[in-house]
Design a protein around this ligand. Structure first.
Ligand SMILES: [Zn+2]
Length: 785
């Protein structure tokens, strides 16, 4: 763990002077930038004017920049002296700053960036046939293409000019003011009137086609590479409705001049909430016929939610990242509640609560975590579902109306400003009239979650929140638990306040029935029952409730039962609710092949897909193979065909079929990856041969990345270094996805001879490559000893 550079400032004396950082001593007011690029060289040339208001008496100011070549700097048009100190660009002011004086610091620069801006060649942009150039700032990568203040706590208005070849479109933040034609170049001029954190500044450029909608007067657009407009509409169409819903739910109207989305290749994330100009992975696009098996709604809903949570109000520093990511995970539930109903909503909420639990299991830390190595280390299961799950707990405590009133107040009071966890809770306490201090401390400042053990013995129910796992410290939560018992065909409702490590309840007659603790999913907990609930218990409770939250809780419990498949077969045939029917279809066991074959023709494509998938986990019969072959040969969705293919390969181990799949195109090139995975499990020689071919540039990035990953699991033949040589070569590949996956594959391959090649990446700007490279070196060096 390292302290952050900004914190090091006060300790500078203890460290080498070269790394002493200048404190942030100004208010950033405006960032006015111009950029041009050369796609053959992967280079940029830029010019940015940062308008700042320095603290009274400041003699130097510092911006962030990473590995750029600074050509010149002026302060209010007079040339200025500067020095580069690590990732700080320190500019000497011509005279000590006077109170309230604003200065224009203009920086001209060139660069060949490894991060921040990405050049994607058309061969790497599949399914696009055109190239693209785009930026990605979060967390702290804006500095690799734009020298400015690059931490989230200081917001500025933004004006961008992107110089592109004629025929390109360039999307950026805010409103398009004009497009200037300069010979065979066009300059796109965008302006954002509202202040934002600089990690949200972005552009995307390339041959793009536009699709457009409106919500009232607000343009809601999407831009996809030329030729993919129907795919763009499938993925991003209907976004205007979502803008409307979030405006209504939050009570804060969408605050900017437009909402737009683009799709780009070789993107390191699913999507990025760049303000008014969301960048999405090109893998979100799909041909319309693939719906509903392919669906981008949740990606759109997440990035759109960030326009309020993250962009309008921003975490003051990354330790409060849940304010961005927790809310962006929380908001989509309310779209689904309206459009897919209460059952969908409650089941999604249960999954988010589960995600929050596993987030803590995977990375035990307080929600407000001030120690990390790189900011992205805490963009984890705590920040995303963990943050969302805690908002459900809070909403249950203060009531829904009050909760939304509080959110509305928070958004209004901190609009265009940074905020902290304390800011949020101060607003919530004020609006709800409740003292939320203990809640805030327990759920946000201590590590761990309530892990409940429920023991039923005689008529006594004992609930304890003790941690009995070695190395896991005790944590205490105040929980007002509901306890429901199904007794004699009727539900009985009881309360069990748990304000200590343990509490008991006398069940009386209800001890004869089934007992559920926290039936309505009020809390983010894990509950272990002793004795364990059986499938008969779950069956009885399911058939006596249609309450969506209780059903979601029962689905959660059923998921942990060894005989969940058999239980599901008892419930599924009689289930009439279409949501639960679809949900259950994924948990059926493979031992009813005739019924499953029939379900592969279900009018709900998701049920049909689940059935085809489950058939592959059982034993083979001629009827199953015949039906799956029918789907593989004539199914109309590639996604369905791929599931059938995978099941067939599992059942038949038929190499000839895998060879056929290897020759078959699909919209996302999935069949080849499935074939390759089959060979990796069943015929390593053939897998090696195909994977070595699949990494070639004539193949799609989807396949190439999968093939590199699979090569890491394979070994070279004795005396050969083909696999090793290929993996090492990809450590310097121009593709970022391929390079990133090669780092992991080299580590898995396990030959310490790769260390010198990995060492070239330990200073790489893109942390998704640099940090895994360091870990791989550590692992391989261990193997050597
Ligand atoms: Zn997000």
């Amino acid at each position: 763990m390292n302290l952050r550079p900004i914190l090091l400032a006060s300790l500078a004396g203890a460290f080498s002077l070269a790394h002493a950082q200048l404190a942030h001593n100004y208010d950033l007011l405006d960032v006015n930038w111009t950029i041009s690029f050369d796609e053959r060289q992967d280079t940029i040339a830029g010019d940015v004017t940062n308008t700042i208001r320095p603290n009274d008496g400041a003699i130097q100011v510092a911006f962030h920049e990473g590995k750029l070549t600074i050509q010149s700097i002026t302060v209010n048009d007079s040339s200025a002296h500067w020095t580069v100190n690590g990732e700080q660009l320190v500019v000497d002011l011509p005279a000590p700053a006077r109170k309230d004086q604003s200065l224009k610091v203009r920086i001209s620069y060139t660069g060949h960036p490894e991060a921040g801006v990405y050049f994607v060649d058309q061969r790497r942009a599949f399914p696009a046939k055109t190239s693209m150039v785009y930026t990605q700032g979060e967390a702290e990568d804006t500095r690799y293409w734009l020298p400015t203040y690059d931490e989230p706590d200081d917001k500025a208005t933004v004006e961008g000019h992107i110089v592109v070849p004629h025929g390109y479109f360039a999307l950026s933040n805010g409103k398009l003011l004009d497009v200037e034609h300069r010979g065979n170049l066009d300059v796109f001029h965008w302006k954002l009137e509202q202040p934002v954190s600089t990690y949200l500044i972005s552009f995307v450029a390339g041959p793009y086609e536009r699709g457009s909608e409106h919500w009232e007067a607000l343009p809601v657009d999407y831009y996809v590479p030329t030729g993919l407009s129907t795919w763009g509409e499938a993925a991003f169409g209907g976004s205007a409705e979502k803008v409307k819903l979030y405006s209504e739910v939050t009570g804060v109207r969408y605050p900017y001049a437009k909402f737009a989305q683009t799709a780009v290749g070789d993107f390191p994330f699913g999507g990025m909430e760049n303000v008014t100009a969301v960048t999405q992975t090109i893998r979100a696009l799909y041909p319309p016929k693939e719906a509903p098996l392919a669906d981008a709604a949740d990606l759109v809903l997440h990035e759109l939610a960030h326009q309020w949570f993250g962009d309008l109000v921003t975490c003051r520093d990354w330790s409060h990242i849940w304010l961005n990511e927790g809310f962006a995970t929380f908001m989509p539930h309310f779209w689904h509640r309206k459009h897919d109903g209460e059952d969908f909503y409650q089941n999604m909420r249960m999954e988010t609560l589960q995600g929050g639990w596993f987030g803590m299991e995977g990375h035990r830390r307080p929600m407000v975590e001030t120690h990390w190595n790189v900011p992205m280390d805490i963009f984890d299961g705590n920040a995303y579902p963990g943050g969302a799950a805690r908002m459900f707990v809070l909403m249950g405590m203060v009531g829904e109306d009050t909760f939304w009133k509080g959110v509305n107040t928070y958004l209004r009071e901190f609009a265009y400003k940074p905020a902290t966890t304390e800011d949020f809770f101060n607003v919530m306490s004020r609006v709800s009239g409740k003292d939320l201090d203990a809640f805030r401390k327990q759920w946000f400042y201590q590590t761990g979650l309530p892990h409940l053990t429920v023991i039923k013995s005689g008529t006594t129910l004992t609930v304890s929140q003790r941690e009995n796992r070695p190395g896991v410290p005790q944590t205490m939560f105040d929980l007002d638990l509901d306890v429901w018992a199904l007794n004699g065909g009727r539900w009985h409702f009881m309360k069990l306040p748990l304000h200590d490590m343990q509490a008991t309840l006398d069940l009386g007659d209800n001890a004869n029935g089934q007992v559920l603790v926290d039936p309505m999913l009020k809390y983010l907990t894990k509950i272990d029952y002793q004795p364990a609930l059986s499938s008969n218990d779950v069956y009885a409770m399911w058939t006596h409730t249609s309450n969506p939250a209780v059903r979601a809780q029962l689905v959660n419990i059923a998921g942990g039962l060894p005989d969940v498949g058999a239980l599901t077969w008892r419930l599924f045939p009689a289930e009439e609710n279409p949501f639960w029917r679809e949900n259950m279809s994924g948990a059926l066991s493979p031992d009813h092949p005739a019924e499953l074959i029939a379900l592969t023709k279900d009018p709900n494509p998701k049920i049909a897909r689940n059935a085809a998938d489950i058939l592959g986990r059982g034993s083979s019969t001629p009827e199953i193979v015949q039906r799956l072959l029918e789907i593989w040969h004539s199914g109309d969705r590639d996604r369905m065909r791929n599931v059938a293919l995978n099941s067939l390969l599992q059942l038949t181990k038929d190499s000839a079929l895998a060879e056929e799949a290897w020759k078959t195109d699909s919209y996302d090139d999935r069949f080849r990856s499935t074939a390759l995975r089959f060979f990796a499990q069943n015929d390593k020689d053939r897998a090696r041969q195909l994977a070595l071919e699949a990494v070639g540039e004539q193949h799609t990035e989807y396949l190439r990345e999968n093939a590199i990953g699979i090569l890491g699991e394979l070994k070279d033949k004795p005396g050969e270094k083909l696999v090793f040589g290929t993996l090492v070569r990809f450590l310097s590949d121009p593709g970022h996805g391929t390079k990133r996956i090669a780092v992991g594959a080299v580590q898995q391959y396990g030959d310490p001879a790769a260390v010198p090649y990995l060492e070239k990446l330990t200073d790489y700007s893109m942390y998704q490559i640099r940090e895994p490279a360091k870990r791989a070196i550590a692992e391989l060096s261990k193997a050597k000893k």
